[in-house]
Design a protein around this ligand. Structure first.
Ligand code: XCC
Ligand code: SF4
Length: 649
């Protein structure tokens, strides 16, 4: 429970969350914000990554007096091994998500998709062309089946490189090949990495670290990329769409259903089902004014970018959403759903319903979603929520008013269209703006929020500094939701904050200076955008030469580690808001922060303060610009711009 010194505004950034966190204390509810205090005495060995429990001669902990484990493993081996296991978990999560999508895609291609179908024929055909599958003159079912089989094969390839890697710039592929880290099939990478970190196998930290990046590549240019490609085919390629975000999207008089987790398939059907006249009538008969469907975390991002379904909050708001007392049902699938949810819900009328056989929680009801009758199943699920509306206790309800408008849905295709128009869709105007210095560079801000720090604080401060200084920001995951709540995703309000060069570009195109590109797996879209910039020309011939930086400010998940690693392996420097659990090995630290620069042209930087991060980012961008020989122009151009601005005033 919250103690005396607990101040809600020190824990969360936005007013809606502050108000709800205060309500949590009043209602006597434990949240991650109070539990984080009870976990303050963190294990030093765990933090440093030097606790090994890989075999039962241990667990072993490395100290000055005991510098080796029972088997003789030193800190470097143990730290590297533990780190690789985290990266494997991230790959596994994203790729299992991808696998479910591909299996569904295959059913659709075979004509057994039931409520699911190929929604975006263009996306199907352009994906087929990328993979060199013949599509001309063939039916979409035939093309889809070939593509589904090819993608399914990506999981099981034994001695062949992942086909999806061919979507990367050629030079990048060459770098990986030379280092011997071109990944084979996704499942093989998971198995091999688990094998290599088993007792008595791979001990040279350098060899283990190479496998770290190989494993991560199987995510960014494998599992995650496949997930985005298939989602676009089945559910539509995102294009800019307006919506709203934060707890205020919950309806006072409507039945509120929240979807939470990562896999978009079920929520896609829910989006259809809530619009069904039968459901609307059912909701009215129950005394409500209808049904409000909204999301948390990346399931939210998936249906936001395709349908404009509002976002109730990011990761750290999952418990807060329930504490508003206004949620009838929270539907969870996989990843990032806290096991605390049923307990929090038990103080209100909220029902937590899990829908994935992979993910059950004690206290949560389980709903067996019938794929063969997906729409009926979805309606049944919604009816559970409607039936629960009568149990809402008005005395326990407090919905904050905040619900900021936003624009999301910037797939690479959508960005191309915005930049070049429908008939000349291309990245040329963006490359030109970077070359001319109107835009200093591109920064991807991604990842979670973490109760060890004030929610959204780092993300929001950094985003606004960057935008002010003519950096175009692209976002995914919970970092994108942070900006949404801050009002930074609307062209109007954010443009008021943008530096003159960036503002000029955004105004001409009608695009916000912070682009919401989607969910966690959609970080692969950032790689895709980087590739487009390279292919367009003028900014180098691999991704490492583009003035671009990735940031994971408030990360918490193993998935975020994997993402950070595939960014670096793809040539994008990554700033971390807090370090990995690796400080027990200087060598591993040096490998990540320095050696990677020689290997990939990019490395890790830990900056615990957002202002420090901003300075570091600008330095990296400047350096890249200088190398490309486009720096001179910047200063001159910005001068012009400044003069013009003064004239305007
Ligand atoms: Fe989870 Fe994807 Fe992190 Fe948010 S950002 S807390 S992983 S929901 Ni990807
Ligand atoms: Fe200890 Fe070695 Fe076993 Fe790890 S693998 S627990 S260091 S004996």
């Amino acid at each position: 429970m919250a103690n005396e010194s607990f101040k809600a505004e020190d824990r969360v950034w936005d007013d809606a969350s502050v108000a709800t966190l205060i309500k949590a204390a009043e209602d006597g509810i434990d949240t991650c914000f109070s539990r984080v205090d009870s976990q303050k005495n963190r294990c030093k060995f765990g933090t440093d990554g030097i606790c090994c429990r890989i075999c039962h001669m241990g667990p072993c902990r490395i100290t000055k007096k005991a510098p080796k484990g029972v088997c003789g493993a030193d800190a470097d081996t143990i730290v590297a091994r533990n780190f690789l296991r985290e990266v494997v978990a991230g790959l596994a999560a994203h790729s299992d998500h991808a696998r479910h999508l591909v299996l569904r895609f295959k059913k659709v291609a075979e004509g057994n998709g039931n409520s699911f179908q190929i929604k975006d024929e263009r996306a199907l055909r352009s994906a087929a062309r990328l993979y060199k599958i013949e599509e001309n003159g063939r039916s979409s079912e035939h093309v889809a089946l070939d593509l589904a089989n090819l993608l399914l094969n990506e999981f099981s390839l034994q001695e062949e490189s992942l086909k999806t890697l061919c979507l990367a710039p050629e030079k990048q592929q060459g770098i990986w090949k030379n280092l011997g880290i071109t990944p084979y099939g996704i499942d093989r990478m998971v198995v091999e990495s688990m094998h290599r970190t088993n007792m008595g196998v791979d001990h040279d930290y350098r060899n283990i670290m190479l496998q770290v990046f190989r494993t991560a590549l199987a995510d960014g240019w494998g599992g995650s990329r496949i997930a985005s490609i298939v989602s676009d085919i089945l559910f539509g390629t995102p294009s800019p769409v307006r919506s709203r975000s934060n707890l205020g999207v919950l309806g006072a008089e409507t039945v509120n259903i929240l979807v939470h987790g990562h896999e978009p398939a079920l929520s896609e059907i829910l989006v259809l089902a809530v619009q069904d006249p039968e459901i609307i009538q059912y909701a009215k008969d129950a005394g409500s004014k209808g049904v409000t469907l909204a999301g948390i975390c990346c399931t939210a991002n998936e249906i936001l970018i395709r349908h404009g379904i509002p976002v109730a909050g990011n990761f750290l708001q999952q418990e807060l959403a329930i504490i508003t007392g206004a949620v009838e049902v929270m539907i969870t699938d996989v990843q990032c759903c806290m096991p605390s949810l049923p307990e929090v819900a038990s103080a209100y009328h909220t029902q937590i319903i899990s829908t994935s056989d992979l993910a059950k929680t004690i206290g949560a009801a389980h709903f067996n979603f019938d794929d063969d009758k997906a729409l009926d199943s979805a309606k049944d699920l919604i009816k559970i929520a409607i039936d629960n509306f009568k149990n809402r206790d008005p005395d326990k309800v407090a919905i904050p008013s905040a619900a900021k408008p936003l624009v999301a849905g910037f797939s690479v295709d959508a960005i191309k269209y915005m930049l070049g128009g429908k008939f000349r869709a291309s990245f040329r105007p963006l490359n030109d703006a970077i070359i001319q210095g109107r835009i200093k560079g591109l920064v991807g801000i991604v990842g979670c929020s973490n109760p060890r720090e004030r929610m959204d604080n780092y993300t929001n401060i950094l985003t606004s500094e960057l935008v002010k200084n003519n950096v175009l920001v692209v976002k995914t995951g919970c970092a994108a939701i942070a900006s949404a709540k801050e009002g930074m995703l609307t062209p109007e309000s954010a443009l008021a904050q943008a530096g003159p060069g960036l503002r000029e570009v955004c105004e001409a195109i009608g695009m916000p200076p912070v682009l919401h590109m989607g969910s966690c797996v959609d970080n692969s879209r950032i790689l895709e955008a980087g590739t487009e910039v390279v292919l367009e020309g003028g900014l180098g011939d691999d991704i490492s030469q583009i003035p671009a930086v990735g940031v994971a400010p408030e990360w918490m998940s193993e998935k975020a580690i994997t993402i950070a690693c595939y960014f670096v392996a793809s040539g994008i420097d990554v700033i971390l808001g807090h370090p990995f659990f690796i400080s027990g090995s200087e060598k591993v630290g040096k490998y990540l922060n320095e050696d990677t620069k020689d290997l990939f042209g990019a490395s890790f930087h830990v900056c615990e303060d957002p202002h420090e991060a901003f300075k570091r980012i600008m330095k990296i961008l400047e350096k890249s610009r200088k190398k490309l020989g486009i720096n001179k122009k910047v200063e001159r151009k910005l001068y012009d711009m400044k003069d013009r601005r003064e004239l305007d005033v």
